[in-house]
Ligand binder design. Structure first.
Ligand SMILES: [Mg+2]
Length: 390
């Protein structure tokens, strides 16, 4: 597929293999090579993610748990823990951002990445995909499958073909041919219901969709009909779109019970500041404004904010301002119900912080803490301040 500038695009679709189950295995090597079934955190009655060993026994996503227990009685059933998966997801994206800025996250464990500026041939793209796979395996103990193509739809379909651990290339010019013999449900946008409708029309392969009159597809699927037909023909001019950057980062916490305990309040606020700062560091951004929000037991709410004379993403640097704001907001003697921290006015970290040099030691410690949290979860390390609440 030629882009508007006339150059060939090279797009990868990277997808973690059995993500939730694989995270559980990465954290607990005893589970290696065993059937692991992660149960939904919200809907505890259905399977959220079976490992490949469990899939081999016939367990699949969205299967009722009692049924999964029937066919895989010896499997290890684990209640999903979204916090853990989010931590691994953040680490996964951090690795991807080391390769390209042009990333479109699709979910916790899935992303498009435009690598056209890094490689000019599919051979080189394959080597790069291998390197990305190895890095993720080495650093996170997780396996990914990668599809490489000149457009998003083919990259996406390709990443699914050789799971787990596969790399599948669709060579330029082969897009339509690559898709032609695959079952219709392999095409993004064709869900279970659409598949049934198509099968009733005697349409089983993607090629048959490509050959359907556009009018008929629009009749059947409305406006998406023409997009489905273009995809089926291997045509997709969509760009890899970076997510819109937020203008601020904030966290809030409603306390378990309303409190006047200043130790607890300070610990909670520091914890919120830590989470906001971590997100900024991951996004390689600094802030120059801090805001603190306090909601009292009667729902009366105060927000205080201050512009700094420096930029930072380090909680230790931001803490003195945060505590001053907190004290100002807490001038009423009433139990507190909710606390919030917002870091605003964000800049890319290429802008040098006034504190870069004197705080370099702080930064090294911070990087070490971030690393440990990346692998073992946010709770793995508690600093003195947040620890007070225990
Ligand atoms: Mg996946």
């Amino acid at each position: 597929m030629q882009s508007k500038s006339g150059t060939q695009k090279i797009i990868m679709h990277i997808d973690m293999d059995a993500f939730f189950a694989s995270v559980e295995k990465a954290l607990n090597p005893v589970l290696q090579n065993k059937a692991v079934i992660v149960i939904g955190a919200q809907t505890r009655s259905v399977v959220a993610c079976p490992s490949y060993e469990a899939r081999a026994l016939g367990v699949h996503t969205a299967m009722p748990v009692y049924q999964a227990k029937g066919i895989a009685p010896n499997a290890t059933f684990i209640h999903g823990n979204f916090g853990k998966y989010r931590t691994f997801s953040e680490a996964f994206f951090e690795i991807l951002y080391n390769y390209s800025e042009l990333i479109e996250p699709r979910s916790l464990d899935e992303a498009y990445i435009d690598v056209s500026h890094l490689v000019t041939s599919m051979k080189a793209a394959h080597a790069l995909a291998k390197e990305i796979q190895n890095t993720i395996q080495k650093q996170l103990h997780l396996s990914v499958s990668i599809g490489i193509a000149s457009n998003k739809v083919c990259a996406k379909v390709a990443s699914d073909l050789r799971k787990p651990g596969g790399i599948t290339i669709v060579h330029p010019g082969q897009e339509k041919c690559f898709l032609s013999e695959l079952p219709v449900e392999y095409l993004p946008g064709i869900g279970k219901r659409t598949k049934e409708i198509l099968n009733q029309l005697n349409i089983f392969h993607i090629e048959q969709i490509a050959n359907m009159p556009e009018k008929l597809l629009i009749e059947a699927f409305g406006r998406t009909g023409s997009a489905i037909r273009a995809f089926a023909s291997g045509e997709d001019f969509r760009n890899v779109e970076k997510p819109e950057e937020s203008k601020s980062v904030s966290r809030s916490k409603t306390l378990e019970e309303d409190t006047l305990n200043t130790h607890l309040i300070h610990a909670e606020v520091f914890r919120l500041l830590e989470e906001c700062s971590l997100q900024l560091r991951q996004e390689k951004r600094n802030c120059d404004t801090v805001a603190v929000t306090v909601r009292f037991s009667d729902f009366y709410t105060i927000s205080k904010q201050k512009k700094l004379n420096f930029t930072s993403n380090i909680e230790k640097e931001l803490w003195p301002t945060t505590t001053t704001l907190l004290q100002k907001a807490m001038h009423i003697h009433k139990p507190i119900r909710m606390l919030g921290v917002t870091l605003e006015n964000l800049y890319k970290t290429s802008q040098i912080s006034l504190f870069d040099y004197p705080f370099s030691k702080v930064k090294n410690i911070q990087q070490a803490i971030d690393k440990i949290r990346k692998y073992f979860g946010f709770e793995a390390i508690q600093t003195g301040r947040t620890f007070q609440k225990v």
